[in-house]
Design a protein around this ligand. Structure first.
Ligand SMILES: Cc1cc2nc3c(=O)[nH]c(=O)nc-3n(C[C@H](O)[C@H](O)[C@H](O)COP(=O)(O)OP(=O)(O)OC[C@H]3O[C@@H](n4cnc5c(N)ncnc54)[C@H](O)[C@@H]3O)c2cc1C
Length: 383
């Protein structure tokens, strides 16, 4: 990276931080305690160019790329992991995917609306009976004279209770299709909003399709392209979402450092105890390795968007580390760490989602292990 691009990145990071300090920090506790989705902040993020960060300017984006999107994820994650999750579902899972795979007409009609925040976006893959085994979905679509008809349901969908546009996957013949579904389409309905342990404020819910009619021009890609589109987005999603948990971990370590250098027991600051030093050392090391691995994976993804070994190992490490670091922050805070008024408790609840959403820890381990065995057999493993 050149000095100039490093300076530009720092200016962007400072701008994002300034915005979040002003708009999000004062309400981060309300977002959690009241399960409050700050729709106005989302719109302001659109105006700032954060939502369409990977989208070219002619479609209303700011064309800053995936590094900038990752950085924004980390910064939002530092202030409010749940807002970062909703941001990721909107900007990466839905908007970036629609831009990459949609027709020119779909791009023109919806990408500017999603980039500005006029529309909130969502991606719907998971179903009640198919989570890890996502391709075993039951939602089905058939073609008729006017387009397609979709019947089925999706669950655990981020932004579902508030979204205007959904990127929906369904079966089609013996393959899959991807569609752009609008919340005012006839046959679309929303189910319940879930009351979650963490990531509160990022609304998660169910959606239903009852013979929902989709015109031809809202098919994303070609007929039967659904599987390719699912796979084309999964690794980018894994790496970008890793940064939410790097943000959570950074916040937890920062709080632990502050507390351990201010609180005294037995006449000593907490950091002076060797057992606390061990915690701080591991927390720092795991945060740094999470960052380095995720940055490395971001670079590799540019060359090979289908590199699931690198992407899965980045999110595996970042999410396990965030949970570890948040837990250790609670321990360093002692009794105060267990109290809701103090942030480590929220960070811990938010961090746990990292090992479940966007694919679980177990599936990531499977991807990494089977992927490196395959690469090893082909003589291509990078160790
Ligand atoms: C807050 C939240 C937000 C989400 N947002 C979205 C979204 O925006 N869009 C979307 O489509 N989905 C979303 N999801 C769904 C998420 O991707 C799934 O929950 C996840 O993939 C796991 O699926 P499942 O919950 O059905 O668990 P299951 O697949 O039933 O897994 C249950 C357990 O079995 C393990 N397991 C399953 N299969 C295997 C295997 N082959 N080998 C080893 N272990 C296995 C799992 O790791 C897990 O521990 C969200 C989930 C949550 C909680």
């Amino acid at each position: 990276m050149t000095d100039q691009s490093q300076d530009e990145n720092q200016i962007l990071r400072d701008t994002v931080r300034e915005f979040l300090k002003r708009e999000v920090e004062p309400i981060s506790s309300k977002i959690d305690s009241q399960d409050y989705f700050p729709a106005d902040v989302f719109k302001k993020m659109g105006k700032m160019g954060f939502l369409g960060v990977t989208i070219p300017e002619e479609y209303g984006g700011s064309a800053l790329g995936y590094e900038a999107q990752a950085m924004i994820e980390e910064e939002i994650g530092y202030y409010s992991a749940s807002l970062a999750l909703s941001y990721g579902a909107h900007s990466n899972l839905c908007l970036d995917n629609l831009y990459r795979n949609g027709s020119e007409e779909l791009r023109e009609n919806y990408v500017p609306k999603l980039s500005s925040g006029e529309f909130i976006g969502s991606l719907a893959l998971t179903e009640p009976e198919s989570g890890s085994d996502a391709l075993n979905m039951k939602t089905v679509s058939t073609e008729n004279g006017n387009g397609f008809s979709i019947t089925g349901s999706k669950t655990f969908i981020t932004n579902a209770p508030v979204a205007d546009l959904f990127l929906v996957y369904s079966r089609f013949g013996d393959g899959y299709n991807a569609y752009c579904v609008l919340s005012d389409d006839k046959g679309f309905s929303r189910g319940k909003k879930f009351d979650k342990m963490g990531m509160r404020g990022s609304p998660t819910g169910e959606i239903y399709f009852d013979s929902l009619q989709i015109p031809y021009n809202r098919l994303i890609g070609k007929r039967g392209d659904g599987k390719r589109i699912i796979l084309s987005g999964l690794n980018s999603e894994r790496v970008i979402l890793s940064f939410i948990f790097i943000g959570v971990a950074r916040r937890a370590l920062e709080l632990a450092l502050k507390y351990s250098t201010e609180r005294k027991q037995s006449g000593k600051f907490l950091y002076e105890f060797q057992l606390i030093q061990e915690k701080l050392a591991y927390m720092y090391t795991r945060l740094r390795t999470s960052r380095l691995l995720a940055e490395d994976s971001l670079g590799l993804l540019k060359r090979d968007p289908l590199d699931s070994v690198s992407a899965a190992s980045a999110i595996l490490h970042a999410t396990e580390s965030a949970e570890y670091i948040a837990r250790e922050a609670i321990q360093i805070f002692g009794g105060y760490g267990y109290i809701k008024d103090n942030e480590p408790e929220r960070l811990m609840r938010d961090a746990i989602l990292g090992q479940i959403g966007a694919g679980t820890t177990e599936i990531r381990k499977r991807l990494v292990a089977l992927g490196i065995v395959k690469q090893y057999r082909e003589g291509k493993v990078r160790l």
